[in-house]
Structure formats: C-alpha cells, structure tokens
Design a protein around this ligand. Structure first.
Ligand SMILES: [Zn+2]
Length: 184
C-alpha cells in the first residue's frame, strides 16, 4: 500500500495549525517518529497502516505538539496566506469561495508596472477578475472591500479560526501543490 501521499497536519499544543504559512505538514515518517519520541499526540489517523514485524500502526493524519511553540512573526507571502488574509472571499463582490475558485487581482495591473506584493494583490473570484481586467479600480466602477496590507501572524491565526474545524483538515492536501511563495 502506498504511503507516500500521507503527510500529517501538525497542530500546535493549542490545537491550531502550527503555521498557516505555509501550512504545517510533515511526512508520515517524521510524524510516526515524533509519536514514538512522545513529542506529539495523534488526533486523527488515516486508514492506512504501517507494519513492523512486531506491530502495526495507523498513519497519523493530524498530530498535535505536546509543547507549545510561539507562532512565527512574519507570515510568508504565499497564495494561501493572501486568501487567508482575505478570509477566502472575493474582495470585490464579498462572496466566499473555495481556494481553487479564487484568483489574484493586481490593483495596479502588472502591465502598468504593478507589483506582486501584499499591498497590491487581493483575492478575487474569476468573474470579478475578468470584469476588472487590466484596468485601475477607478476606471471600473467596482468597489474594493478594503485596502490590502501585509498581515501579521495573529491576524492570520484569527482568520483561520473563523473556518469550521474540518475546513483545513479536508482541504489542506491541495495546499501542498499551490502554497508556494509568491514573487515579491
Ligand atoms: Zn467576486
């Protein structure tokens, strides 16, 4: 049975993800090792098992650290964090979307030398993004929810708590593929 696609989500001792930026994941080998070293508790498991000659063990899907670790101060500038800052809602029509339905809009379009930065990038749904196109906001009659800014980690943690407990658990696997650092 393949175990390669079975990383564990790592929660801090307060049961929040250790980090959202990027989402804290570790390989199944590391999570099993941490369980045996008594550094983490297993919160949830996959159905997959690993076997040794003397025992079998369900692979952890969610583990929590036994000792609390202080969160990072400076969130990385990633797709996930931009969406989390914006509460996974389009900043123009204010509707919530899933991660794969959201896009980025550059307030000052790239063709006008707009940068890919916290201050110039907002989450937008596909239709609002198309509607705005390569124009400045003033040229469109569209409204922006709020001026984008660099978030601190407390804001991201608080936003993360607004989601149902299984939101991250159900969807975090996707972030492995797209939570890469954006250019800055
Ligand atoms: Zn929209």
């Amino acid at each position: 049975m393949g175990t390669t696609g079975s990383p564990a989500l790592v929660l801090n001792a307060d049961f929040r993800p250790l980090s959202y930026y990027p989402l804290s994941l570790c390989s199944w080998q590391d999570s099993v090792k941490a369980v045996f070293l008594d550094r983490v508790s297993v919160i949830e498991s996959y159905d997959k098992k690993v076997h040794s000659p003397s025992m079998s063990f369900k692979l952890p899907s969610v583990v929590a650290l036994k000792d609390y670790i202080m969160p990072q101060r400076q969130p990385a500038f990633t797709r996930f964090n931009v969406f989390l800052r914006d509460n996974f809602s389009c900043q123009y029509c204010l509707q919530k979307f899933s991660a794969n339905e959201l896009t980025f809009d550059h307030l000052t379009p790239r063709c006008m030398n707009g940068k890919t930065t916290w201050e110039n990038v907002v989450s937008a749904c596909t239709s609002c993004n198309l509607k705005k196109g390569r124009r400045l906001l003033q040229q469109t009659g569209m409204k922006l929810l709020k001026k984008p800014a660099r978030p601190n980690s407390i804001l991201l943690q608080n936003n993360g708590r607004n989601f149902p407990p299984n939101f991250l658990h159900d969807s975090w696997r996707d972030y492995l593929y797209w939570d890469t650092e954006l250019e800055s």
